[in-house]
Design a protein around this ligand. Structure first.
Ligand SMILES: [Zn+2]
Ligand SMILES: [Zn+2]
Length: 443
C-alpha cells in the first residue's frame, strides 16, 4: 500500500474529499458540506460549502476509509446533494391506460377516500363534506350512502412553534380488510370513531391521547388476525392497542402500572415514542410504525403483530421482535410501504428531511438489515403489489422493481393517490373524475 494524500497508509475510500474536510481528528467542528453525486448509482464525494460555492470543480483527494468516515461522522453538517444519481432503467411497459369516470358531485371533493378492500371489484369509500360514508362502484358508476359518521370535537393543544409542521386537523378514513368497518380519525389530532358499514352504527369512539400528538398522523391500521378484522390504534401518545372493531373489545390488555402511572412516573415498559402512521405487512405478520423518538427524530420501527396479539402484550413497547430500522430528523409524514411479506420500503436517502435524496431504502423486518437502497422514487405516496413499487413523481406515476431498483415504466399525467390491492389498481381523483390504472399484480 502507498501513502494516500491524507497521509495514511490504508485502504482508499470510494468517497473523495476536498482538502478542507481533512484533519487529524476529522474536519473542523460545525463545517458544512455537500454530497456530490458521481453519476454511478448513489456514490458521492464530499466537498465543503466554500468549495461548493466557488463555481469551479473542487479538487478532490483520495483518502483512506478512516478519513472519509470521520468527514461524515457528524451528519448535521450535511446541507444538500449536488448532481444526479444514476437511475437504472429496464423498460417493460405497464398494463393498460388510465380510465376516467365522472364522479357524482358529492364525491368530487371528498374529505378523504379509500379503497373498499372486501372484494376484487373496484369499489371505493368516500367521506363527504357532510360526513356521509358513500360506497362508489367504479365499474357501474353506482353509489350508495352506508353511514354518517360523527367524530367528536378535537381539543388537542396545538402549540404553533414550528411553522413547517402542518398542524391542520385532517380527517383520515381507514377501512378494514374485509370492508365491513371504517374508522374516521383526525390526523394531527386525537379523536376518531369506528363505524360498522353494514348497519351504519358507530361501534367505538377513539381517543388517541393529547401529549405531542399535533405533529403526528393518528396512528391507526386495520389488520386481519385469525380470520377476523382487528384494529390497531393509538390510545395514548406512546401507547398502541388492538381492538375488535365490531365490539370495541380490547385484545392487548396489559397492566397500565407496568407501563406508566397517571402521575407520569415511568413504568417498567415505558416507551419514549410518539406513534405515527402504521402499515401492516401483506400477510398481517408485521407492523411498521413511522413515529417520533423525541424532537426532531423520526424512527421507522417494526415488530411482530402476531407475537403481540398471541404472546406478549408489551411487544409494541419493548418486545424482542421490535426493531428500529432507521431514524431521520423531521421526516414526520414520509411514506412507508411493504414490498413483500417481510421487506418494507422507506422513502428518502439521508438523515434529515430537508436533505433527503429521492429514493427508497428497503429493510428486512425480521433482521432489521437494509437490503437495498436505490434512487428515484419521489413524491408523498408509495404503493406495492408484490411485484412492483409505485411512486408519484412530478411528471406522474413511476414504476420500479423493488428487488433490483430499476425503473420499469412511467405513466405521465397520472398521479395515483390510492391503491386497491384486491382490484389490482391504482386510483386518483383528477378534475372530478375517478382515474384508475391496473397494477402488475396482487399482493
Ligand atoms: Zn473545501
Ligand atoms: Zn486518512
Amino acid at each position: 500500500m502507498d501513502v494516500l494524500p491524507c497521509g495514511h497508509v490504508a485502504r482508499a475510500s470510494r468517497v473523495r474529499l476536498c482538502r478542507h474536510l481533512l484533519g487529524p481528528d476529522g474536519p473542523p467542528d460545525d463545517i458544512e458540506y455537500v454530497r456530490v453525486l458521481t453519476g454511478r448509482g448513489i456514490e458521492y464525494d464530499l466537498c465543503c460549502r466554500t468549495c461548493d460555492r466557488a463555481g469551479t470543480a473542487p479538487e478532490l483527494l483520495v483518502v483512506c476509509e478512516g478519513c472519509a468516515f470521520r468527514a461524515e461522522e457528524d451528519e448535521t453538517g450535511m446541507v444538500g446533494w449536488r448532481g444526479r444519481p444514476e437511475i437504472r432503467e429496464r423498460p417493460e411497459g405497464h398494463r393498460g391506460e388510465p380510465a376516467r369516470l365522472r364522479l357524482p358531485p358529492a364525491l368530487r371533493r371528498p374529505l378523504d377516500w379509500a379503497a373498499l378492500p372486501g372484494t376484487d371489484r373496484a369499489t371505493y369509500l368516500f367521506l363527504t363534506a357532510r360526513r356521509d360514508l358513500v360506497r362508489f362502484d367504479a365499474l357501474s358508476g353506482r353509489f350508495q350512502r352506508l353511514a354518517t359518521v360523527s367524530v367528536p370535537d378535537d381539543t388537542v393543544e396545538r402549540p404553533a412553534r414550528r411553522v413547517e409542521i402542518s398542524l391542520r386537523l385532517r380527517p383520515h378514513l381507514h377501512v378494514s380488510r374485509s370492508g365491513r368497518y371504517a374508522a374516521v380519525v383526525n390526523d394531527h389530532g386525537s379523536r376518531g370513531a369506528v363505524v360498522d358499514l353494514r348497519t351504519g352504527r358507530t361501534t367505538m369512539t377513539l381517543d388517541g391521547g393529547h401529549y405531542g400528538t399535533h405533529i403526528m398522523p393518528f396512528a391507526l391500521a386495520f389488520a386481519t388476525h385469525q380470520g377476523r378484522d382487528v384494529m390497531v390504534h393509538r390510545t395514548a401518545s406512546n401507547r398502541l392497542d388492538v381492538s375488535d372493531p365490531a365490539t370495541g373489545d380490547l385484545l392487548t390488555a396489559r397492566d397500565a402500572t407496568r407501563q406508566d402511572d397517571p402521575e407520569g412516573r415511568r413504568g417498567e415498559h415505558h416507551l419514549t415514542y410518539w406513534h405515527g402512521a402504521l402499515r401492516i405487512s401483506p400477510d398481517g405478520r408485521w407492523i411498521a410504525d413511522n413515529g417520533r423518538l423525541g424532537y426532531p427524530g423520526v424512527g421507522t420501527t417494526v415488530w411482530d403483530l402476531r407475537r403481540w396479539l398471541e404472546e406478549n402484550p408489551f411487544e409494541s413497547e419493548d418486545g424482542p421482535s421490535r426493531r428500529s430500522l432507521c431514524v431521520r430528523d423531521y421526516a414526520w409524514n414520509r411514506p412507508v410501504c411493504w414490498v413483500s411479506e417481510s421487506l418494507v420500503a422507506v422513502f428518502g436517502i439521508g438523515s434529515d428531511d430537508e436533505t433527503l435524496l429521492d429514493g427508497v431504502r428497503v429493510f428486512d423486518a425480521s433482521t432489521g438489515t437494509e437490503t437495498l437502497t436505490f434512487p428515484g422514487p419521489s413524491g408523498d405516496v408509495l404503493f406495492a403489489d408484490g411485484r412492483r413499487l409505485y411512486s408519484d413523481g412530478d411528471e406522474g406515476l413511476q414504476i420500479w422493481d423493488p428487488s433490483t431498483g430499476e425503473r420499469t415504466a412511467s405513466v405521465p399525467g397520472f398521479h395515483p393517490r390510492r391503491h386497491h390491492p384486491r382490484a389490482a389498481e391504482l386510483a386518483a381523483i383528477q378534475d372530478g373524475d375517478l382515474v384508475r390504472l391496473p397494477t402488475a399484480g396482487r399482493p
